[in-house]
Design a protein around this ligand. Structure first.
Ligand code: PHE
Length: 455
């Protein structure tokens, strides 16, 4: 990917973007977080609200973010600067680039720790630690790991190094190529797991848990969580998608591209849910509301019972790592690009600096599972607090500001021009939703959801 992307044939440029953006979007959010927050919020009604958030808010904001990136053609901080100057908007709108950057650092700090869990599971799988286990024993294995601070730090460090290594080298075709090979494999493995859970799990109960809508289980807090997760899973509000949008060829259709990425992302999340819940229900000892542990205690039960469990389980966690890796890169890249662009750092120093700060922050998440488990602020551990702050406050806030900026501050001609609105039936609809649906919906859910969380 480079700024001469526009010279590529359109299909190639478009697919490069789709791959990179899908690599960013499909990550721990889909495979780890979506199933567990759906479980914590009682399933079906939450899933429906989540899908509505993707459709009505996530996709329109994603279009807006890609469009800003392609218009600005810089790292997000400079893109926002260029665009605010171009349209004569007030200087504080530039802060949107900064806000995204700050959120990206916070998100990556815990993301890396969780990806480290998946890393730690690869050797466990390989030595057959989960063969023949039951729900209780996987839970014990997982809890023992969380207690082991040094082991968590080790894998957190490994993951940060992997991420930094790619970012230092520049976002290369290598990663695009890796995504092209690995994403389909991830998909195939999910299908295999789905088949397994169909045969060996309580598929009907898993299905009805995820897709029957019992609204009595839904809370306002759950609605806020669904909205925040829609932003998280589509990689919105942190500049990642804006940065990638900068590499998109001028003649590619943003709308179609965004729809493809959002669809792939959603399908992967739903497949992960359907791979996990039938197994949860078939094995009495696992609670669907188990929280962040869910992926790490349920799937090993399935792997442990499979003929080829060592192989498939090992592969599966490798792919979870890869999915997390391509997302982590997109979290680190915008900040590094900016430091390198403006501050006279070379890429290596910029990466080292940011990665170190993020690594240090990540230690807070590590410790919140052991040494600091008792330290709580407003009932939340350090990890819970950062997750709450980013997913439920900062991401919706950033999305809200993007919708307001593009819908109300930017002249309609700018987006009409970038989105080829002259010939499109979709443009007026998108513009209307972005102006009249997104800001009030995000604003209300944010305020009411937060009020509910603290009352
Ligand atoms: N979308 C990623 C996931 O679902 C997380 C992410 C958020 C990546 C923001 C980049 C930017 O796991």
């Amino acid at each position: 990917m480079s700024s001469d992307a526009g010279n590529f044939p359109t299909w190639r440029g478009r697919w490069t973007f789709i791959l990179a953006a899908t690599g960013s979007a499909v990550g721990l959010g889909n495979i780890w977080k979506f199933p567990y927050i759906a479980g914590e919020n009682g399933g079906g009604a939450f899933v429906l609200v989540y899908l509505a958030c993707i459709l009505l808010v996530g996709i329109p904001v994603m279009v807006a973010e890609v469009m800003l990136g392609r218009r600005g053609r810089h790292s997000p901080v400079n893109t926002m600067r260029a665009i605010t100057a171009e349209v004569g908007a007030r200087g504080y709108w530039r802060g949107l680039g900064w806000l995204g950057w700050m959120i990206a650092m916070l998100v990556l700090s815990f993301y890396s720790v969780i990806a480290g869990w998946a890393l730690a599971y690869i050797p466990e799988m390989a030595i057959g630690a989960f063969q023949g286990v039951n729900a209780q024993s996987t839970k014990d294995i997982f809890d023992t790991m969380l207690q082991d601070r040094d082991r968590l730090i080790l894998w957190h460090t490994v993951f940060m190094l992997m991420t930094a290594a790619v970012v230092t080298a520049g976002v290369t075709r290598g990663l695009g190529a890796a995504a092209r090979v690995l994403m389909p494999i991830l998909f195939i493995l999910l299908v295999i797991l789905l088949v397994f859970s169909y045969w060996h799990g309580d598929f009907a109960r898993g299905f009805s848990f995820l897709f029957s809508f019992d609204f009595s289980k839904l809370t306002l807090r759950g609605v806020l969580e669904a909205l925040g997760h829609a932003f998280f899973t589509l990689s919105l509000g942190v500049g990642a998608i804006m940065a990638y949008g900068a590499y998109m060829p001028a003649d590619a259709s943003i709308g179609k591209t965004v729809l493809t990425v959002a669809l792939l992302d959603t399908v992967v999340a739903l497949m992960a849910g359907m791979a996990i819940f039938p197994i949860v229900f078939a094995h009495g000892g696992i609670d669907p509301g188990a929280g962040p542990a869910l992926l790490f205690v349920t799937l090993p039960v399935a792997f442990g019972a499979m003929e080829a469990g060592i192989l498939i389980g090992g592969l599966f966690f490798i792919l979870v790592v890869v999915a997390a890796w391509s997302s982590a890169i997109s979290l680190l890249e915008p900040g590094v690009a900016w430091l390198a662009e403006n501050r006279g750092f070379n890429r290596f120093t910029a990466t080292l600096l940011l990665a170190t700060v993020i690594w240090l922050l990540g230690l807070g998440t590590v410790l919140s599972f052991n040494d600091w488990a008792e330290y709580k602020f407003a009932g939340l551990t350090f990890f819970d607090g950062i997750d709450f702050l980013t997913s439920r406050i900062l991401l919706p806030l950033s999305g809200l500001l993007i919708a307001i900026f593009v819908g109300w501050v930017l002249a309609p001609d700018v987006s009409k021009d970038e989105l080829n609105g002259e010939n499109s039936v979709a443009w007026p609809l998108w513009y209307w939703v972005l102006r009249y649906v997104c800001p009030p919906a995000i604003g209300i859910v944010l305020v009411v959801g937060l009020y509910d969380s603290f009352s």
